[in-house]
Design a protein. Structure first.
Length: 250
């Protein structure tokens, strides 16, 4: 058993079923990059939309370092492509076309709490939260092993503190399976682990992931250093359930 699968197993052992999605209600999803929304909570989004709850997706970075050396898709063209793919993924999840926001921070340069641009980033997200007024905010797990994911968590936490109403916070997992270390796992007294059964919407969720063609195929073929969500990586997202972490005591 590789370390990624071991992490999944340890968390699934701790998971309690989250069966009443009314306790989630309307939602704002913070996605560090276009595709994280579908990978991390696409099935839960689909279930919430089937129940009629509004879902707004906030894309924090532009995702343009997936193909940094492509001549055919320089950063501006790749950004536009990834935003088009994001719109298509949201359409497949039955999210209204105008229910998304792109902050366009440079990929791998999302501000952290130590950066000068952090207060502005948190204020932008807080303004959106006050406008959308979600019952729940989905954001990456605090120690998900990618700098933009950790920065996104910091921004989300700071933004929530600025809001007049405090939404529920559920943290989703992307890279813990593949890149995580034991220290990245939540301690038992640190987070409650919830599991949502997405078997009934798996095809829809998978279609949303597939909409991110630049990430799951070799359609951009002129950059040998490109990032690629290979079938091996995507196997981490094959189980018909999604896990979420919630701070204990909330």
């Amino acid at each position: 058993m590789n370390s990624g699968h071991k992490h999944v197993y340890l968390l699934e052992e701790r998971a309690a079923p989250l069966t009443d999605l009314k306790t989630i209600g309307s939602a704002l999803v913070m996605a560090p990059h276009p595709d994280d929304e579908s990978l991390g909570c696409g099935g839960t989004i689909a279930l919430l939309r089937k129940l009629g709850y509004a879902v707004h997706v906030l894309f924090v970075s532009d995702g343009t370092l997936s193909h940094p050396n492509s001549k055919a898709y320089p950063a501006s063209r790749l950004r536009d492509l990834r935003e088009q793919e994001a719109h298509e993924a949201l359409r497949r999840l039955r999210i209204d076309a105008n229910a998304c926001t792109f902050l366009r921070y440079p990929d791998r340069r999302v501000p952290t709490s130590h950066d000068p641009g952090f207060p502005e980033a948190a204020a932008r997200v807080a303004t959106l939260l006050d406008k959308v007024n979600p019952t729940t905010v989905f954001m990456p797990w605090q120690r998900d092993p990618h700098p933009d994911h950790r920065a996104c968590w910091q921004i989300g936490q700071a933004a929530v503190q600025q809001c007049s109403t405090k939404p529920r916070i559920l943290e989703y997992l992307i890279w813990l399976w593949e890149l995580g270390t034991p220290g990245d796992l939540p301690a038992p007294d640190e987070r409650t682990v919830w599991q949502v059964d997405i078997a009934s919407v798996m095809n829809q969720r998978n279609q949303a992931i597939a909409a991110h063609q630049s990430q799951v195929t070799r359609m951009i073929d002129d950059d040998p250093t490109a990032f690629y969500l290979s079938p091996e990586l995507l196997r981490h997202f094959e189980p018909p359930s999604e896990l979420f972490l919630e701070a204990t005591g909330q």
